[in-house]
Write a protein that binds this ligand. Structure first.
Ligand code: UD1
Length: 425
């Protein structure tokens, strides 16, 4: 297993181009299962989670080709599921990546049945899929659980529109329901739908494919089902979590970083938190400039669905607040076990205590380099951020987590002047 070595203390300076969003690309790729036509997706990031989704789609019968990348446009994927010859999403793939579950809605809607492995536990909590299943049941599907698999069968004549009230905001369940409803008979209303920009990106692509969706960007989505969808061309939105992570990396090192290829609007809560912490964030024609100076001010944050402060930014922000001039608190309200970065940051000198889903961070002047272990995707980046600010050389083990969600991370950091090196294991 590879590890990453970072020798900290260098203020990051320069431009970093933000890649296409992993969390938008994954459901967009799954949307190819809704049509016999060709879906062309631009700005696809080069990540192992994307490869996992590609393997899953090929398993279902889709044909995929990767076109050579256009500079500044990421890679282009051509996806065509003219025939779906296997409606089962197998455990070997789903266990690697929970987001595989988003094939359920499209396959069920198109083929009238789908069999998807239950994803099982995950490092950041139990993460059930009950909301996905309730949505499919509301659209008329019969759901049974057998030998670790969800078996969903649509009624004769296919799924039918319904009013679905999500009892909890769920990104994945909203995506599954939106895709299934696009091919259902009649009207579907999704209430208390997630409003993450990645959902709007998916909805906009579905509209290009011929879907009728109103209320995009709100918590109520009205979908008028159609008989068939066609191919389309769509460019994946930029990754707001990657952008927020580089913003924090720039800030913690007292650097001056320009994030290009992303507009500030979708980074609202992250940029607001950085500004409140005393970090200079300015909008320029080319992108967002972030300048750190001295120790940040402490913050009190609670994670929430969009447009609130994203749980996917919590670990990175924890790292920044470790060096704040005072005591901060972070409430993790989305996932019950998303503090695995805490013991690792403690190995680097952080003063953090945890009580239930709240951590209290007493600021220290600097991190001390150590050997640490990446435990999940965002936690990994919090260790990179700490390493960039630490005295000495930090080694981060198990960086395969990073490769799932951060494109060319060492190259991008090195481009900003960081002393970083991958050790092949
Ligand atoms: C997506 C993102 C992930 C992000 C999360 C929250 C992708 C590929 N992943 O994950 O990076 O951290 O949104 O912003 O886009 N829940 C249930 N039952 C369900 C589904 C979810 O109880 O059927 C709960 C979850 O356990 C969690 C909360 O709802 O507590 C939100 O989860 P959800 O929004 O569904 O997250 P994901 O779509 O899995």
């Amino acid at each position: 297993m590879d590890s990453i070595k970072i020798t900290g203390g260098v203020p990051l300076e320069g431009k970093v181009e933000i890649s296409g969003a992993k969390n938008a690309a994954l459901p967009l790729m799954a949307a190819c299962l809704l049509t016999e036509g060709e879906l062309i997706l631009r700005n696809i990031p080069h990540l192992s989670d994307i490869t996992t989704m590609a393997n899953l789609l090929v398993h279902h019968g889709a044909e995929l080709t990767v076109a050579t990348s256009t500079p500044g446009e990421g890679r282009t994927l051509h996806l065509c599921a003219e025939h779906i010859n296997d409606t089962t999403a197998p455990y070997e793939i789903v266990r690697k990546m929970r987001a595989s579950v988003v094939v359920l809605g499209p396959i069920l809607a198109r083929c009238g049945r789908a069999r998807v492995s239950l994803p099982g536990g995950c490092a950041i909590g139990t993460r059930p899929i009950d909301l996905h299943l309730k949505a499919m049941a509301a659209l008329g599907a019969e759901i049974t659980l057998q030998e670790g698999y969800v078996e969903a069968t649509a009624p004769a004549g296919g799924l039918r529109g319904a009013e679905i009230m999500f009892e909890k905001v769920s990104v994945g369940a909203t995506e599954n329901a939106l895709m299934a409803a696009s091919l259902a008979r009649g009207t579907t209303v999704l209430k208390n739908a997630a409003r993450e920009p990645e959902i709007s990106d998916l909805a906009e692509c579905l509209v290009k494919m011929g879907a009728h969706i109103e209320g995009i960007g709100t918590d109520t989505l009205l979908v008028q089902g159609v008989k068939a969808l066609s191919g389309a061309e769509h460019s994946v939105m930029p990754d707001r979590i990657e952008a927020g992570s580089y913003a924090i990396a720039g800030a913690i090192t007292g650097g001056n970083v320009l994030l290009t290829g992303i507009a500030p609007e979708i980074l609202g809560a992250t940029l607001a938190a950085l500004r409140e912490a005393g970090i200079a964030v300015t909008e320029e024609a080319e992108g967002i400039r972030v300048r750190g100076k001295g120790r940040p001010r402490p913050l009190h944050l609670t994670t929430a669905p969009y447009p609130g402060f994203a749980t996917d930014m919590q670990a990175q922000m924890s790292a920044l607040l470790c060096l704040a001039d005072g005591t901060s608190t972070i409430n993790e309200d989305i996932f019950e076990n998303r503090f695995m970065h805490v013991p690792e940051l403690q190995r680097m000198g952080a003063n953090i205590s945890q009580s239930g889903n709240t951590i209290t961070i007493r600021g220290i002047p600097r991190f001390i380099a150590a050997e640490v272990m990446a435990t999940d995707l965002r936690a990994s980046l919090s260790l990179v951020i700490a390493g960039l600010a630490a005295e000495g050389t930090t080694t981060i083990h198990r960086v395969y987590h990073l490769d799932r969600g951060y494109e060319r991370v060492e190259e991008k950091l090195a481009g900003l002047g960081a002393r970083v090196e991958r050790i092949k294991g």
